[in-house]
Design a protein around this ligand. Sequence first.
Ligand code: UDP
Ligand code: MG
Length: 345
Amino acid sequence: MKKSAHLEPMDASLQVRQPGSTSISIIVPVYNEEEVLLAFHNRLLASMYSVGRSWEVIYIDDGSRDTSNKLLRQLHAVTPQMGVLRFSRNFGKENAMSAGLRMCNGEAVIIIDADLQDPPELISPMISAWEAGADVVNMRRRKRAGESMVKRATSYAFYRIMNRVSDVALQQDVGDFRLLSRRVVDTLNQLPESNRFMKGLFSWVGFQQVALDYDRNPRAAGETKWNYWKLWNFALEGITGFSTAPLKIATYAGFISALWAFIYGAYFLLKTLFVGDAVTGFPTLIITILFLGGLQLMATGIIGEYLGRMFVESKRRPLYLVDQYHPPRQEMASFPAAEHRAVGR
Ligand code: UDP
Ligand code: MG
C-alpha cells in the first residue's frame, strides 16, 4: 500500500493547532466483520501509538450477528482506550456513525471502516492536516481496487446528479473516511433530522475542508454489506434529503404536457370543424391516455417519496437503540450525560 497523501494548498490565514496531548477519537462502524476485526485493531493500535496524542476508539457494533461482538468484548478487555457500543439491532452505517459522533470526546474525530479499505496508517497525515487548521479532512480515493466497473460507473453518475440538483457540493470519490474537528462534530450532533445522509451533512456544515488523496484497498476479508438495491435507496435518500429538484420535474412535466394538449386539442378542433373527420385517431387517443396516466403516477410517486420521508421525520423516533455500552476505561475527558448514552436522541 502506498502511504502517499498530499495536502492541497490551504489558506495561510488559518488558525494553526498546537501539537500537544489533545485527544483524538476514532469511530469504527462494525457490522459482521469477524474476519477482519483483529487485523484492523492491530493496525489501528500500531498507527495510534505512532501519533503521540491521547486517543480513544469507539467501535459501534451495528447489531452484528456473527462473533464480532464477542471479539470486540475481548479486545475491549485488553485495550483501555477502547469503547464498544452495541445497537439493539442493525440500524445501518449512517446511524452507527451518528452514534459514534455523539459518544466520542476527541478534539478531532476520525471515521474509519473496519474492513481495512481505509488504511489506518493515514490517520497520522490526517491529523497533520487538522493541526494545520482544517476542520474537515476528506479522504479522496485515487483508485478503487476491487470495485467493479458497474459500481464505479453508478457511483460517478450519482455524484454528477447529486451535484447538479442539490444545494450542497458533494465531493466526488470521497467516502465516509474522514476527520472532523470538534466544532464540526458538535454541529452535526445538533442536527435534529432522522435522515442521516452523512456524506451530504459532512459537506453541508462547510468550514475549512481539505482533501487528501489515497489509494483505496480492496476489502481485507469478508463481504461488502451493499447491494445495488441498497445503493439505489441510499442515492434516493441523498437526493430527497438535499434537493427538491425532483418535485419540480413534476411541475414542469405538467406544464409541458398541458401546453402540448392545448396545441394538439386546437388542431383536432379545427380539423373536426373544417374537415369533419371525427372518428379516426384511436392510436393517438390510447397513447395520450397512457402517457398522461404514466406521467401522473410518476409525479404522485415523486411526491410520495418526499411525503414518506416527512412521515418518518415526524415520528421523531430515536436514530438507534443501545443494547450495551462499554466505555473506554482510560477516560480522556468527561463523558456525555448518561441519558444521551441510553438512546440515540
Ligand atoms: N457497516 C455498518 N452497518 C451496516 C453496513 C456496514 O456498520 O449496516 C459498516 C461495515 O462493517 C464497515 C463499513 O460500515 O466497517 C463499510 O461497509 P462496507 O465495507 O460493507 O461498505 P463498502 O466499503 O463496500 O462501501
Ligand atoms: Mg468496505
